[in-house]
Structures are given as structure tokens and as C-alpha cells.
Design a protein around this ligand. Structure first.
Ligand SMILES: [Fe+2]
Length: 407
């Protein structure tokens, strides 16, 4: 999203109007993504990591109620006192919460009631933005902005989570019958990152999450980074060469996961009549060799890189290359695994209060992905953006590009 706050020469009235509009637009996008889904679709939770669409719609609403309206809107009437327990995700400081793996048990409130909850909170937020004291407006906008970026993260999760649910349905439902998988240009060569001191992290140009700060210097020894994403065609070569059956290509945890899960191909791939098929947002489709490989875990990405006699880029290498305009497919196709563990930057300070739980407490046992995917809302990602998932996760739109040391 664009950040009205950063535009110069805005009057207070302009700020109120622009943020009200940004709020309405992003809230509407969530509903647009939920619109193709029936009430039954919206209640299903296909695995503990995935959440029901209805829960995403309610949780993003609770976020504004909990962190904005309850704090800054004196006359606000909570829509339903029970919802904080149902729709708090992981904020310990905000009180007890319903168990994550049980979210699919919530047949009540209905999807329609969640819609009413959203409407109630939407009206109160716009009222707050219009009526808040000028002195309080800055604080309100700061939390609102986090809430909107938070909602955009859940917009992508709505799509990834329903795809997982639909992948388990033998009728292979299409979320979007007109869906077209992204295509990648596979002959873009490599870009060189020179050895030396580079700067990464939030450059202050717009919104950033706390995990992108502080901006800091890193030393890079110099590398070549692939300008193209790894394609399904390349992945099929890896498979044909016994990639999933060669333990020396795999990290120990990765090989154990391959064995335990019986992985022989990326997530959602299944053998058709002589060809691989994959479950997509458009239903079950033949694997397109020209498309970037998607739904691979960190373990698979790492094994593929070893097979190709290369490695994954570090997140710093990725960011420097992206900032330099060297990666044409950096955004809007698939998230790209990096070799970097999700850790705090030097000098990292979590945000104050309960919102400090947003990112910092997850900085262990996860790997960083960079870029964005075709399911990421427009304007959400940036060069410094740090996405993160556990190394076995593959229900996100996750792929890779390769790198190698300069010799
Ligand atoms: Fe959340």
C-alpha cells in the first residue's frame, strides 16, 4: 500500500481523508478475496498451519478493535465480548485465545456475522479517523498503518490456505477459473554483486515492519545471483536425476522430512497420465515447464541448489541485487527462499507494547524468504521485506533463485 503519511504538504483534513480511503480500499480487498468462497469453504481448516477464511476476516478485524478502537476511541462499543478469545492469534499480552489447530471448529459466528463484525469495526475506524483530536491522530495512524499491512498479509494467507483446503478435495475446485500461473523468463543470466560493505534494511522511504530495522552495514564477499527464478523445467530435471532419492543432496532434517512425508515432487504435484499435474488456484492443471517452480520447502530449495552445484543467496545478497534493479522477477511471482535464518538485525528493537509480539518472538527455527508472490497484494512488499516460514513449509507460493560465490 502507499503511505499517505509520507506525502508532504498534507493538511490534517487530507490525512483523515486519505487514511480513511486507504483503510476502506484494503478492507474491501479482503472481502473481494473471500467473495468466491461459500460459507462452507470459509469454515474449513485443512491443517493446523492454515486458518479458515472466516477466521482471517474476523482476526484482522479484531486487530483493529484490540489495538486501535479499544485504546483510542472512548465511545467504542465492542461488537461481541467473546470475539477477543476466538480471534486473537498469538498476542499473549492481549489475553487468552482459542487454540490455533481448532479454528476450523468455529461454525459460529457465521460468515454473515463476521461480515457484520467487519462492518461495525469499519464504521468505527472511519469515525475515529474523522473525529480524533489532531494531537492523537499521529499515533492512531501509526497503528492503523500496521493494521493495514497486517491485513494484507492475511489477504495472501486467505489464498494460500484455501488452496491447501481445495487441494484435498477430489473435485479440485478452482478458486479463480481464470487463474494464470506466472511465467518466468529463464534466460536472464546472472548478476554480479561486488565484494565490499553494503547497506540493507529499512531505508525510511515508506512503511516497514520492525524486523526490517535498523538499516545496517553488511560485508559481502561477492557473488553471482541468478536473474531468473528456477523453473518447473529445471525442477523436472532435478527429479529425473533422482533429486528426491539422493540423500547426499539433503540436509539431515530435510532428508528426514522427505522420508517421513514421502516427498517426490513439489507440493500439490501429482502424477497424471504420463505427465505431472499440479493443483493451482485455477484447479488441477498440467505443470507448466516455463513457470517458476512453486510450493517447494526450504529443504527442497537447498537440495536443488546443491544438485545444481550452487547455493541459495543470502537475504543480504538478494536485497542488494534487488535494490540495484538486477532481479527482474524479484516481485509478484513466487517468494524466494534465502539461506538466511530469520534473526534480529543488529540493534533490533521490537515495537513497544503488545504489538512487540508481531515479529520478534518468531525469530527462531525459520528461514527468510524475499520478494513477493502473485498472491501478494499490490504495494505490500519491498526490497527490505522479510517473509519467514519454517524450513519444511511449502503451502506458501515459495520458489527460489540460485547464487554462487565469486571465485
Ligand atoms: Fe495476524
Amino acid at each position: 500500500m502507499s503511505s499517505p503519511r509520507t506525502r508532504s504538504n498534507l493538511s490534517v483534513a487530507d490525512l483523515r481523508g486519505l487514511w480513511s480511503q486507504a483503510f476502506r480500499d484494503i478492507r474491501a480487498e479482503t472481502e473481494r478475496r473471500a467473495a468466491p468462497l461459500s460459507s462452507e469453504d470459509q469454515v474449513v481448516q485443512s491443517m493446523p498451519d492454515a486458518s479458515p477464511t472466516k477466521w482471517h476476516r474476523a482476526h484482522t478485524t479484531w486487530f483493529f478493535e484490540q489495538f486501535l478502537l479499544s485504546v483510542h476511541h472512548p465511545g467504542y462499543r465492542v461488537f461481541d465480548e467473546r470475539f477477543a478469545y476466538l480471534f486473537n492469534s498469538y498476542y499473549v499480552a492481549a489475553g487468552p485465545r482459542y487454540a490455533r489447530p481448532m479454528r476450523g471448529m468455529l461454525t459460529r459466528p457465521s460468515a454473515e456475522e463476521v461480515g457484520a463484525y467487519r462492518g461495525h469495526v469499519d464504521a468505527a475506524i472511519v469515525d475515529l479517523l474523522i473525529s480524533a483530536d489532531e494531537s492523537a491522530l499521529k499515533k492512531i495512524i501509526a497503528v492503523l498503518e500496521i493494521g493495514l499491512h497486517h491485513e494484507q498479509q492475511h489477504q495472501e494467507l486467505i489464498v494460500t490456505d484455501i488452496l491447501h483446503a481445495f487441494s484435498l478435495n477430489p473435485t479440485h475446485p478452482a478458486y479463480d477459473a481464470a487463474y494464470a500461473a506466472p511465467a518466468c523468463n529463464q534466460s536472464q543470466g546472472v548478476a554480479e554483486i561486488v565484494s565490499g560493505i553494503h547497506m540493507i534494511g529499512d531505508d525510511g522511504e515508506g512503511f516497514a515492519f520492525d524486523n526490517e530495522r535498523p538499516q545496517h552495514r553488511v560485508f559481502l564477499a561477492g557473488a553471482r545471483i541468478g536473474r531468473s527464478l528456477v523453473s518447473n523445467r529445471q525442477w523436472l530435471e532435478f527429479m529425473a536425476d533422482g533429486g528426491y532419492a539422493t540423500p547426499t543432496l539433503w540436509l539431515s532434517d530435510g532428508w528426514a522430512t522427505v522420508q517421513a512425508e514421502g516427498w517426490q515432487a513439489p507440493g500439490y504435484w501429482r502424477q497424471g497420465d504420463g505427465a505431472w499435474l499440479t493443483m493451482t488456484l485455477g484447479g488441477l492443471r498440467p505443470v507448466d515447464p516455463a513457470a517458476p517452480v512453486c510450493h517447494v520447502s526450504y529443504y527442497e530449495a537447498d537440495a536443488f541448489a546443491r544438485w545444481a552445484r550452487k547455493r541459495l543467496p543470502s537475504e543480504a545478497e538478494w536485497e542488494i541485487a534487488a535494490r540495484g534493479g538486477l532481479l527482474p522477477d524479484a516481485f509478484d511471482q513466487v517468494w524466494q527462499w534465502t539461506q538466511s535464518a530469520y534473526s534480529p538485525y543488529p540493534g533490533y528493537r521490537p515495537a513497544a507494547g503488545a504489538l512487540g509480539e508481531y515479529n520478534g518472538k518468531f525469530m527462531v527455527n525459520q528461514m527468510v524468504l524475499r520478494g513477493s508472490s502473485h498472491a501478494t497484494p499490490k504495494g505490500h512488499a519491498r526490497a527490505s521485506y522479510r517473509n519467514f516460514f519454517p524450513p519444511a513449509a511449502r503451502w506458501q507460493f515459495s520458489g527460489l533463485r540460485l547464487a554462487e560465490d565469486l571465485r
